[in-house]
Design a protein around this ligand. Structure first.
Ligand code: ADP
Ligand code: MG
Length: 321
C-alpha cells in the first residue's frame, strides 16, 4: 500500500466533469508529479486529496487514513501549499509561521525555534520581521512552503510551487523539495513545466481534461511511444555522395547531413553500428562521435496528450484556477 492511495477519483461541477476517474499511488519517499496544462484538473484533484473539497466518487487514503471520514487526522500528517497563499498579510513572517504552528497544536517552546530554523533554511531570516504583504512573489511562495513544513509533515502537497516566481526562488524551492525527499518525505506536486517535472519527479502523470493519459518514470514514458531510431555521427569530413551511398547500402534508412556537418541516419528499426562504422572506415572517414538522438519528454507529452507544448508553456492567468 502506497503512502497516498487514490482510486477512481471523480469531481463534477454541475454537469461538467473536471476530474474523471483518476487513480494513482505514491510510495513513501517518492516525488510524484502531475504535469498538465491550465484547466486539466490538477488543483481539483489535489484539493480532494487534502480534504478541502468533496469528491463525487472515490477512495483516498494517506498513510492508510481515510481522508473523507478522518479529514483532521489525515491533515495532521500533511503539509499543504495551495496555489494562492493562505497566510496573513498583516502578520510578519515569523508570526505567520508561529501562528500555523499553533494551529497544529505545537507548544510555544517548539514553535519558535522551528519558525527560526525554517526562516533560515528558506533564506528569509531578514524578512522575518516584515509583514507578509511586503514580500515579493518568490518570498511569499517560500514562506507559504515554510508554513506547510512547520509541523514536519510526512506528506507534502504543492500546487504549482514555482509558477510565476523568480528563477532563484524557483531553484531554491526545487532544491528544498529534493532535500525533503532525502529525509523521507513523500511529495505530490503539480506543475505545467516539463523541465521541472523531469528534473525533480521520480514519477510523472500526464494529465489532460481530467484524466491521467500516461504515467511512469521518465524512461518509462519515453519507452511508451514508438519512435524512429536516429544516430548522429560527427566525422572529420563528409562527401555529398555519402547519404545516397548509405541509403543504398542500408535499406530503410534516411540519411541527412545537418548544417553543423554531422550526419544523421534515421530508421524505424534499430541501426546496427558496426557495418556503418566499417563503411566509414573504408571511405577513410574518421568518426569522432556517434550518439543516439532520443525524443524529449516534451515530444512524448505532445504525442500522448495531443496537446501542443506551447499550450502547456503558456503561463496561467493570474488568480483563479
Ligand atoms: N469551483 C468550480 N466550479 C466550476 N468549475 C470549476 C471549479 N473549479 C475548477 N473548475 C473547472 O474545472 C477544470 C479543472 O480546473 P483545475 O482543477 O483548477 O485545473 P488546473 O489546476 O489543472 O489548472 C477547469 O475547467 C475549471 O474551470
Ligand atoms: Mg491549478
Amino acid at each position: 500500500m502506497g503512502m497516498v492511495n487514490v482510486s477512481n477519483l471523480k469531481k463534477t461541477y454541475g454537469n461538467f466533469t473536471a476530474v474523471n476517474d483518476i487513480s494513482f499511488e505514491i510510495d513513501k519517499g517518492e516525488i510524484f508529479g502531475f504535469l498538465g496544462p491550465n484547466g486539466a484538473g490538477k488543483t481539483s484533484t489535489l484539493n480532494m486529496i487534502i480534504g478541502l473539497s468533496r469528491p463525487t466518487a472515490e477512495e483516498i487514503t494517506v498513510d492508510g487514513i481515510d481522508v473523507k471520514s478522518q479529514t483532521k487526522k489525515a491533515q495532521a500528517i500533511m503539509g499543504i501549499v495551495p496555489d494562492e497563499s493562505n497566510l496573513y498579510n498583516e502578520m510578519d513572517g515569523f508570526d505567520n509561521l508561529c501562528f500555523c504552528a499553533a494551529l497544529y497544536g505545537m507548544r510555544k517552546e517548539e514553535r519558535e525555534p522551528k519558525a527560526r530554523q525554517l526562516l533560515e533554511q528558506f533564506r528569509l531570516k531578514d524578512a522575518g520581521k516584515r509583514p507578509f504583504k511586503a514580500y515579493s512573489k518568490g518570498m511569499r511562495r517560500k514562506l507559504t512552503i515554510a508554513a506547510a513544513l512547520i509541523h514536519s509533515p510526512q506528506v507534502l502537497f504543492l500546487d504549482e510551487p514555482t509558477t510565476g516566481i523568480d528563477v532563484e526562488s524557483s531553484r531554491q524551492i526545487r532544491d528544498m523539495v529534493l532535500e525533503l525527499k532525502k529525509k523521507g518525505t513523500t511529495i505530490f506536486l503539480t506543475t505545467h513545466y516539463i523541465e521541472e517535472a523531469e528534473r525533480i519527479c521520480d514519477r510523472i502523470a500526464f494529465i489532460a481534461e481530467g484524466q491521467i493519459v500516461a504515467s511512469g518514470t521518465v524512461p518509462q514514458l519515453m519507452e511508451s511511444i514508438s519512435h524512429d531510431h536516429a544516430i548522429q555521427f560527427v566525422t572529420d569530413k563528409n562527401f555529398e555522395s555519402l547519404p545516397v551511398e548509405l541509403e543504398a547500402l542500408f535499406k530503410g534508412n534516411e540519411v541527412t547531413i545537418r548544417p553543423d556537418h554531422s550526419l544523421v541516419m534515421a530508421s524505424e528499426q534499430r541501426i546496427p553500428l558496426f557495418p556503418v562504422m566499417e563503411f566509414f572506415h573504408n571511405k577513410e572517414v574518421e568518426v569522432y562521435e556517434a550518439r543516439e538522438l532520443r525524443p524529449s519528454l516534451e515530444d512524448v507529452f505532445v504525442k500522448l496528450t495531443g496537446i501542443e507544448s506551447s499550450v502547456l508553456k503558456k503561463d496561467k492567468e493570474k488568480g483563479g484556477h
